[in-house]
Design a protein around this ligand. Structure first.
Ligand SMILES: Cc1cc2nc3c(=O)[nH]c(=O)nc-3n(C[C@H](O)[C@H](O)[C@H](O)COP(=O)(O)OP(=O)(O)OC[C@H]3O[C@@H](n4cnc5c(N)ncnc54)[C@H](O)[C@@H]3O)c2cc1C
Ligand SMILES: N[C@@H](Cc1c[nH]c2cc(Cl)ccc12)C(=O)O
Length: 516
């Protein structure tokens, strides 16, 4: 069996992979992580999908084990600010879409919702975000008793097996660098060898497979399977094995970011239970509230804005609190390696692919890749089908997310700068134009979105279309022929329940302060 695994890179990807493989295969595999202390990681304050709870559950970790160590907070939604026009906001929440008479509530809302806020009318989470509530009460119970926690009883190996069945109501914000550190401790405790050194050469055998990697001070590291977690460099997959990188730049032009970590008095300021993405002149600014500080950054396209102007705009946005904080400029490689698994090398994380962090998909890509690696782990004969299945699954996830992100720009009503005007006419990924055409007459459903698993349910697309406000949408004509009493009752119930929750749940600061 290929049981000697060498992971090159110790960022989020490297340590998530090491700890997961140990949880899966225990001492039946030998795992080594080699990471440079000279080349830094991309550790900004990060936001996740709710599915990451399956990752922690797989490792046997509770929130109380890892959250305090990573300054983590809850995320109930992404708040899109100013994408339609200045002052407007809407949420993309973690919440199961309700349906009435077989039609999603958003469709009923289009026919005639009670207010002009589809998000507050159709989802509880939008009101909880506006009221800045924690999803848990001080005794730890979740919202009401009506939300199933549902990890323990499930025996599914992968996230895709959960999709559509339930929707967990929150995800997390955390410091990625601290999570990597925490998982390093977890992995090393379970026997992972940790080598701090630079890989200076990747030695291939006569077939072009990785034979070993050469380090500066620790000699050669031999293995059967090599995992490339070297970030945008793609030291093994792209540099040594020559696998081409396919850029998504034609459809997603943002290629840069400038980030700041800003310590703040969270007691005075509060901790918003959502990621905020605020549209700006040539991109958007993320605000990720952590316990004790916020992570913020401007994601922009260099074709429209210089790094200096981006930093200036970001500092203006944040205000005086960031005065003495140093900015971190990052060049982003947007797209994916044509194949993420080549011969005996599997790329996980930024080396495999990346899209701008608008919907917090980076860590989801990693989690998904690791699940697939376990599912399609090679045997002695390195059966090609397993590798192909892996590459197809990983490729579909990134291609699907690419479409979902492209939709944000096409649908945004904002058109005050050249950047936003160009966004309306920019090319869409192959096949998406036809799909979009259909979504305008019938809100997206599982039959009409990107046809392979990519982590995003149809209601996420509906939220973006309804919230961005730049495209004309129509309700299903059938709704004009169906009694709307049940739909109106549903809207009322949501409003009443949201009011009650907003009155009775604590705020996030109160919730997390009790553990300090
Ligand atoms: C601006 C920005 C914002 C983001 N926001 C989010 C978000 O909100 N949510 C989310 O889910 N994801 C987000 N991501 C993605 C997320 O940061 C990454 O997916 C995640 O951190 C994984 O990075 P990585 O481990 O692949 O690479 P890196 O963090 O770059 O780590 C690379 C590792 O490889 C090592 N290395 C490189 N070369 C060598 C060598 N020759 N020898 C030895 N070691 C080497 C380095 O030392 C390092 O340990 C964001 C990314 C960017 C760029
Ligand atoms: N599987 C993802 C999909 C998802 C459902 N709702 C949201 C909202 C946001 Cl902001 C991101 C992602 C999602 C998950 O459940 O996490």
């Amino acid at each position: 069996m290929p049981d000697r695994i060498v992971i090159v890179g110790g960022g989020t990807a490297g340590w998530m992979t090491a700890s997961y493989l140990k949880a899966a295969f225990d001492d039946r595999v030998q795992v080594t992580v080699v990471e440079s202390d000279r080349i830094g990681t991309i550790g900004v304050g990060e936001a996740t999908f709710s599915d990451i709870r399956h990752f922690f559950a797989y490792l046997g970790l509770e929130e109380s084990d890892w959250m305090p160590a990573c300054n983590a907070t809850y995320k109930l939604a992404v708040r899109f600010q100013d994408w339609r026009e200045p002052g407007h906001h809407f949420y993309h929440p973690f919440e199961q879409m309700r349906s009435v008479e077989g039609f999603p509530l958003t469709d009923w809302w289009l026919r005639g919702g009670p207010t002009d806020r589809f998000d507050r009318d159709c989802f509880l989470m939008a009101s909880l975000c506006d009221a800045e509530r924690s999803p848990r009460r001080l005794d730890g119970s979740l919202l009401g008793r009506d939300v199933p926690e549902g990890v323990a009883e499930s025996n599914a190996l992968t996230m895709s097996e959960h999709q559509g069945k339930t929707q967990f109501p929150y995800a997390y914000h955390f410091e990625a660098a601290k999570l990597a550190q925490y998982l390093c401790g977890y992995a090393v405790d379970r026997g992972v060898r940790h080598v701090v050194d630079d890989v200076v050469h990747v030695a291939l055998d006569s077939r072009g497979w990785v034979d070993h990697v050469v380090t500066k001070e620790h000699g050669e590291l031999h293995g059967d399977l090599f995992v490339d977690c070297t970030g945008f460099r793609g030291v093994l997959i792209n540099q040594a094995l020559g696998e081409p990188f396919q850029s998504f730049q034609d459809t997603l032009p943002n290629d840069s970011a400038v980030a700041l970590q800003v310590p703040l008095d969270m007691e005075a300021r509060g901790i918003r239970p959502c990621t905020t993405a605020t549209a700006r002149e040539a991109g958007w600014i993320w605000t990720i509230p952590l316990f004790g500080r916020i992570g913020t950054g401007y994601v922009y396209a260099r074709d429209y804005l210089s790094p200096e102007d981006a930093e200036r705009a970001l500092r203006e946005f944040v205000g005086l609190e960031a005065e003495h904080v140093e900015a971190n400029h990052i060049r982003m490689r947007i797209g994916r390696s044509r194949r993420s698994w080549v011969n005996n090398c599997v790329a996980v994380g930024l080396s495999s692919g990346f899209v701008e962090p608008l919907e917090s998909t980076g860590i989801f890509f990693i989690h998904h890749a690791i699940e697939q690696l376990v599912k399609f782990f090679p045997g002695d004969d390195w059966d090609l089908s397993l590798r192909d299945l892996y590459n197809e699954a990983v490729g579909h996830v990134m291609d699907g997310v690419r479409e979902f992100l492209a939709l944000h720009y096409r649908a945004a009503a904002r058109n005050d700068t050249q950047y936003w005007r160009d966004a309306k006419v920019r090319a869409l990924p192959d096949g998406m134009e036809e799909r979009l055409e259909r979504w305008l007459t019938h809100l997206p459903d599982s039959e009409t979105i990107y046809p392979y698993y990519h982590g995003l349910p149809p209601y996420s697309y509906a939220c973006v279309l309804l919230g961005m406000g730049g495209l004309p949408l129509r309700h299903s004509p059938a709704l004009d022929l169906i009694d709307d009493t049940a739909a109106r009752k549903q809207f009322e119930q949501i409003r009443d329940r949201a009011d009650e929750l907003a009155r009775t749940l604590p705020n996030q600061y109160e919730y997390f302060a009790q553990f300090r």
